[in-house]
Design a binder for this molecule. Sequence first.
Ligand code: SAH
Length: 506
Amino acid sequence: MSEGKVFLVGAGPGDPGLVTVRARELIETCDVLVYDYLANAELQSWVKADCELVYVGKRPGRHSIPQDKIEDILVKHANEGKQVVRLKGGDPFVFGRGGEEACRLHADGIEFEIVPAVTAALGAAACAGIPLTHREHSSSVCFLTGHEDMERGNMHVDFAKAAQLGGTLCIYMGMGHISEITDKLIAGGLPPETPVAVIEWATLPRQRSLCATLATVAEAKKKAGLKPPAIVIVGEVARYYGELNWFERRPLSGKRIAITRSREQAGELRGKLEALGAEVLSLPLIKITEAESHETVDVFDGMAHYDWVVFTSPNGARFFFKKFFEKFADLRSIGGVRIACIGESTAREVKSQHLAVDVIPETAVAESLAEALLTEQSLDSVNMLVVTGNRNRDVLIKRLEEEGHAIVDVLPVYTNEPSDMSEEPDAESFRQRGADAITFTSASTVENFVAQSGQLQLAKGATRPKAISIGPITSAAMKEKGVPIDAEAKESSIDALVAAIVKKLV
Ligand code: SAH
């Protein structure tokens, strides 16, 4: 049996992009991942397929797992010869009980490694625009805890003494005792007008923060409803928050946007919204899977006789080439066909195979594609292959056949099915808090949204989202299903959809 080993790995302050390369490598290869609530859930999706996930954080209505039991779990799996990653929010050696876990591993003779990370105070300072040191205002930084032990809630730090340090104070776990802490700092000699920033869920899209003074911060925090996890930064440098709070000034900061595309397709939209500061809730209302299609064999055998291949969606293009290269080793097997695509994102998929696209209509809808092909040249008796999914509208095929007199074969390469929302983690968040906007990018997402409305019922007080459509076909489906349209993208593209969201919400 191979030797087991435990890696105490810092998960950083929240944003998965702030995890170290070493941490990512270990998460991707470990046999067991032991994690708690401060480590971003997205990190779990990096594990290999047979990795065992063990949650040791707090659960609603239940006691958290005692520290010695967590250590037992680490020891047990290591003794079974496993590579165990113990993922901890922030840095494992900053208020993370990493020291205790390492001592236990050492005592039990288990090999271990410690992987440092961006601790919450550094993430909070960066994303609130507060330089922790500054040549004119602060030449030291101190990390303090508001209470050393979550369960006992005792204060061990002498804040009156901390007031004498003269530099920047970063207080972890200070929210429960904020007025006691600020009183003591004032009593210790800090002027009541010393600036204080509070940063909740730092580095994440849901980050909220404020800046007040030692005298006013407890009240301000209460009024704003800021809750743990949060970092409190005390010192002259907190003044820079006013000028440098770049993070929450991005156009979609503080906005929550639900996207309804399939998981595979959501990436680009999610990335663009997050880059503008939005919190994105993923409601993959449709599931796209490769179709088991028997026609593929015949079509591929007869590939040489087609004059045109027409792609009506990026999924169609993606699955077509997947199937194509399962059969052929050489791109030239596609023959001398001409290629048409419904829109730019479909064309991108085709171009990624190093194939040029001959026809892309101005607007990405079936009618325009038909128009473009019909005006391009005579289609009389021309052999065309239209690559589709299982639910495409047949207007394109009809017009090519009836008006163009083309000979059309249809090849469905994927299926588009409703997916169940009851188990989706973001669906719960959507029900509880709602969203500022919800995007619809196809008629099928609209249909499934309506079909699953029971499972997406908003709780009382949740924000009712504005509905944003990617284009006329989706809008028509929304009208038909009685979903009010708050905005429609100028053209059927992700960039135009994002622009429509910004215009509507900002
Ligand atoms: N090991 C962690 C700290 C764990 S103690 C680290 O190095 O960051 C838990 C406390 O960390 C929270 O009560 C809060 O004060 C702080 N914290 C963790 N993540 C945070 C975040 N994203 N935003 C603000 N504070 C955070």
